[in-house]
Design a binder for this molecule. Structure first.
Ligand code: ADP
Ligand code: MG
Length: 518
């Protein structure tokens, strides 16, 4: 049934047509920074010792088809999702109760919470916070033959290091360019046309979010030194051009100075003054100092980045400082899968606490797929039955409290995995119903090769949100939202047979939407 949703797609190309399309795709992508550093399996280190080469990011040859109603639905809830997650991050007591359940079974969550407690003891030095969020969805096909047969269901909500905003603007432009030079045969013109191809404003919008936070810092803290935004990055980053697009937009469109600081160098290159302002001394500027307005985390979200106490000291150092964090540690914690589960467990009462507007809450509710705890609550015991039975487990995915891809356990592997784990550790995971999006045909260009076949898509909608926390008796209780706007979209596409979808992790590709009315 699910397979019959889309018309036959994409058109078959002759060899000459495919060569024309690929030549244009390869040249356009490098010219416009739709690029990544190559993996060492594609270009070995001895061939590129200076790490100077770049290659086309994994992309689809054609823009994938996407139901217009679903695209609109996902965009329509973007601001409400930012409202929800900023409210959660500003409700320390509620979040604390959730985190408490994970403290003894998840070291990473425990350590993040400890950073929060340490800063709380001394008092937070900055009440402004920035979220550059991304809510990810797949199309769900319901059995009911009604008008709303197709809808989006949320895969996850990202509150830290939501990536690909840089490349997604580019890939939408690439597909538009390929269309304009006739790389898509005439027969597709009823599907691929100027009205159906969707641009993504993610570069200007995410940059605008960062610029607004920078501006708010400058206005409220009145620095008397040069000011910069710091991109906190991993030591080895293949997806560097994605980040560079945001840096260059900040520089060119907003006149904001940016620097890239590897997470491992935080304690070497930054210091705090007596007001806990974060000062950055770039090694390349012999002693010159910048005051930092915003630290934008594109690192620090995975346990593997915290291999020593020094890394935790670095995280604490930033959190203590008066810089605006994107995100702060409570917002990072608000993005854990456990929070998503608590909201989305059937009959959960929690959504109303954060979104009293019933209409807005109902729209969000419609995007939730069922998610269960694996603890000893009634819902948890029910979920344990579903997850340990090989038959029912087929419909589920098991997720730990992790980000960045490659951590989930799918379908038939769930029962065996749980058996290998002491039962006391089970509550560290959540059990989510698999969304089964309709498949369609497309081709992915990756590492110089074209792979054609059935694919499935995941739509991400970015949101930028700037707010000011209200602190009562040293507890964060509520906030005032200063900015909240949708910030473009991302489409990621992977082979229909693959469970994971991470582009950087080597499973998927970046894509853009060709909307169609279904
Ligand atoms: P991560 O934080 O590692 O990105 P996700 O929850 O996004 O974790 O899961 C990774 C990938 O697994 C997703 O991009 C998606 O392709 C797939 N996935 C996760 N949950 C579901 C689901 N409920 N239904 C279908 N696919 C899913
Ligand atoms: Mg994800």
């Amino acid at each position: 049934m699910a397979n019959a949703v889309y018309p036959p797609y994409p058109p078959t190309l002759t060899q000459a047509e495919q060569e024309y399309l690929l030549t244009n795709l390869k040249d356009w992508s490098i010219t416009h920074g739709l690029a990544v550093r190559p993996t060492s399996s594609y270009v070995t280190e001895d061939l590129d010792p200076a790490r100077a080469l770049a290659t086309t990011a994994p992309v689809t040859l054609f823009p994938s088809l996407f139901p217009r109603s679903c695209f609109d639905q996902a965009r329509a809830v973007s601001q409400a999702y930012s409202e929800l997650y900023s409210a959660i991050a500003a409700d320390e007591e509620w979040l604390g109760e959730i985190v408490k359940e994970l403290l003894e079974i998840d070291d990473f969550i425990e350590n993040l919470w400890k950073v929060h407690l340490a800063v709380k003891k001394e008092g937070y030095a900055q009440s402004l916070q920035l979220g550059l969020f991304r809510s990810d969805y797949m199309v769900h096909v319901s059995d009911r033959n009604s008008d709303s047969r197709l809808s989006v269901k949320q895969v996850e909500f990202n509150t830290i290091a939501s990536s690909f905003g840089g490349l997604s603007s580019q890939v939408a432009s690439l597909h538009r360019y390929l269309h304009s030079v006739g790389a898509y045969p005439e027969v597709t013109s009823s599907l691929i046309n100027d009205a159906s191809l969707q641009c993504s404003g993610s570069v200007p919008q995410l940059a605008s979010g960062l610029a607004k936070a920078h501006q708010a810092y400058v206005e409220s803290d009145k620095p008397n030194r040069p000011v910069c935004v710091l991109f906190l990055v991993q030591d080895v980053e293949r997806n560097v051009f994605d980040q560079r697009h945001l840096e260059y937009a900040l520089n060119t469109d907003h006149g904001v100075r940016t620097f890239r600081l590897p997470f491992s160098r935080v304690l070497e290159d930054t210091s705090l003054d007596q007001d806990r302002k974060l000062l950055y001394t770039p090694p390349s500027f012999s002693g010159k100092q910048w005051e930092v307005s915003v630290v934008y985390f594109r690192a620090g979200y995975a346990p593997t980045e915290y291999t020593s106490q020094r890394a935790w000291d670095a995280r604490l150092h930033i959190e203590r400082s008066a810089v605006i964090k994107c995100p702060g540690i409570l917002t990072h914690l608000a993005g854990s899968k456990k929070v998503q589960q608590v909201l989305a467990t059937p009959q959960s009462p929690h959504l109303a606490r954060f979104l009293p507007d019933k209409l807005a809450a109902d729209k969000l509710l419609a995007t939730f797929a069922p998610i269960y705890p694996l603890d000893e609550s009634e819902a948890g015991l029910e979920a344990r039955k579903l997850a340990t039975d090989p038959q029912t487990a087929q419909k589920y995915v098991l997720k730990p409290q992790r980000e960045g891809g490659g951590n989930n356990i799918y379908r038939s592997e769930i029962p065996g995995f749980l058996q290998s784990l002491p039962k006391t550790k089970w509550p560290a995971y959540i059990l989510m119903e698999m969304i089964e999006p309709p498949t369609q045909g497309n081709a992915i260009f990756r590492n110089g090769e074209v792979q054609s076949g059935e694919v499935i898509c995941e739509l991400g909608v970015y949101g930028a949100c700037l707010w000011r926390d209200k602190v009562e008796n040293e507890v964060v209780k509520g906030r005032e939202v200063l900015e909240n706007f949708e910030a473009g979209y991302l489409l990621r596409t992977k082979g229909a047979g693959s469970s994971e979808g991470g582009v950087a992790a080597g499973f998927g590709s970046v894509d853009s939407c060709c909307l169609l009315d279904l």
